[in-house]
Design a protein around this ligand. Structure first.
Ligand SMILES: Nc1ncnc2c1ncn2[C@@H]1O[C@H](COP(=O)(O)OP(=O)(O)O)[C@@H](O)[C@H]1O
Ligand SMILES: [Mg+2]
Length: 451
């Protein structure tokens, strides 16, 4: 037993009462909803997925939506949640399904205007602008939909429950009620939930355990690219991502996103380097760009975009101590292309090579990718799914890949034709191999000659 002074939900002081659990030890048998069955007799069809028709969404869901499943699509305002689910609703309508789209955010005519813009006007797609839970249930009774969309869960409230719409108590209660309806009627239900930059605010986080699937929709405001990833999925994997392009005409799937994060130069340019990253299980090309200039003041700048600044600091130290690249008095900028985010160490080599190339003003040879983590001793370390990354590089016509030595993963029987894979033990050998060395700036190991 613990004293709780403040309510965890509404943050009011001295509002928590102790509720007895008397009688918990002796429970009388109650009504069962359906008898227990031998496992082989249970209908497995009820848990099979049905494609939504939006392939990138289906990929993330591991096939599609399960009847009666409740999915929460979380994302920041303006990322494109309404646009995406209106498209899903329209696709279902096109297949002849009855769809009910409940909008608590926008008026029905606003949604209709969006639908006109994105080509989502279908005969069996019903719109209702509603913020009261009981009214939503009445609409469900009237339309008898095969798919329900609620935009957004924060705008719907129940009169039977205290608290403001969007508060944790309301959001939880409304979601729980919609989950019950979804299960009773085998009605697949898609909920939209807002999150703010810090991922908090009443909603998505508090709902994760109530719903079956939680999807996160992400993207920079400055870029049209949107990534969809599963945070929780009761019916499938959580390591796939979906890629979309958000434009005036709505949201378009990008089934081959590779190349989105690289800029194609006719001639190699110094300070740029291409790597292959993994988003979920999907290999994606990514380009790192760097600029190194003499600092105009005693405090040189270190600026990153799409990269981790702690990783940059570490790589600069390694370039300094292990490759003799003295960059102390320089301003250093490093960024990704197209709003990509490279987290973790697997982009280390690309970042280090881009910086060295910027510093020496020697471009990395064209059609080359580099993949690897850089250790503090300057050694190159293996990264996960190296062969998958190399296959993608080969598929896209790259002719040379510089990778760490000592693969723990067995080489698959896949075609890497045209791609020369060069295994390199450490960073300075990699720089030398790529010829990214300037006059006296990168100290070459004795056993290597410039080619
Ligand atoms: N009339 C319009 N023409 C072009 N783009 C629009 C229009 N209205 C909204 N958008 C853009 O569509 C994007 C997605 O909007 P929306 O789907 O409503 O996002 P969310 O539901 O996640 O808040 C927004 O970034 C917005 O800038
Ligand atoms: Mg919206």
């Amino acid at each position: 037993m613990k004293w709780v002074g403040r309510c965890g939900e509404c943050q009011t002081w001295a509002a928590v009462d102790e509720v007895g659990v008397a009688g918990a030890a002796s429970v009388a048998p109650g009504q069962v909803s359906s008898p227990a069955l031998p496992i082989a007799a249970v209908d497995a069809d009820a848990a099979t997925t049905h494609a939504t028709g939006v392939d990138e969404l289906d990929r993330v869901l591991g096939g599609g939506i399960v009847p009666g499943a409740v999915l929460l699509l979380a994302g920041e305002p303006g990322v494109g949640k309404s646009t995406l689910l209106l498209e899903v609703a329209a696709q279902a309508g096109r297949r002849g399904q009855q769809v009910l789209y409940v909008s608590g955010e926008e008026s029905a005519s606003q949604v209709r205007m969006r639908a006109a813009r994105t080509g989502a006007i279908e005969d069996t797609l019903y719109l209702a602008a509603e913020v009261d839970l009981a009214a939503v249930v009445a609409h469900v009774d009237a339309v008898k939909p095969d798919l329900l969309v609620v935009d957004s869960i924060q705008t719907v409230a129940s009169r039977d429950i205290d608290g403001l719409a969007g508060g944790v108590t309301q959001v939880r209660a409304v979601t729980a009620a919609l989950v019950r309806i979804a299960k009773e009627r085998s009605l697949p239900t898609l909920l939209i939930g807002h999150v703010t930059k810090d991922g908090s605010i009443a909603g998505p986080r508090a709902l994760e355990h109530i719903v079956d699937v939680v999807l996160q929709f992400e993207g920079e405001r400055s870029s049209r690219l949107r990534l969809l990833r599963a945070v929780k999925n009761r019916f499938g994997p959580v390591d796939e991502i979906g890629c979309f392009d958000l434009s005036d005409e709505g949201i378009v799937e990008v089934s081959d996103p590779t190349g989105l994060f690289v800029s194609r130069h006719p001639e190699p340019i110094s300070g740029t380097c291409v790597t292959v990253t993994l988003e979920g299980r999907r290999p994606l090309l990514a380009e790192v760009q760097s600029l190194v200039t003499a600092a105009g003041n005693p405090n040189p700048r270190r600026a990153v975009s799409g990269l981790e600044s702690s990783r940059l600091a570490m790589l600069l130290a390694v370039l300094d101590r292990r490759a003799g690249l003295k960059l102390g008095p320089h301003d250093i900028y490093a960024s990704t292309v197209g709003g990509a985010t490279l987290r973790g160490p697997s982009a280390d080599l690309a970042v280090a090579v881009a910086i060295a190339s910027a510093a020496t003003n020697v471009p990395v040879p064209g059609n080359t990718v580099v993949i690897g983590e850089v250790g503090l001793a300057g050694e190159l370390r293996q990264v996960p799914s190296i062969w998958q990354r190399l296959c993608e590089a080969a598929r896209l016509g790259f002719t040379r890949a510089v990778v760490p030595r000592d693969h723990r993963e067995r080489r698959p029987q896949r075609d890497l034709s045209g791609l020369q894979v060069v295994e390199c033990p450490d960073l300075f050998r990699a720089l030398a191999l790529l010829n990214v060395v300037g006059e006296g700036s990168v100290r070459l190991p004795d056993d290597l000659r410039l080619g």
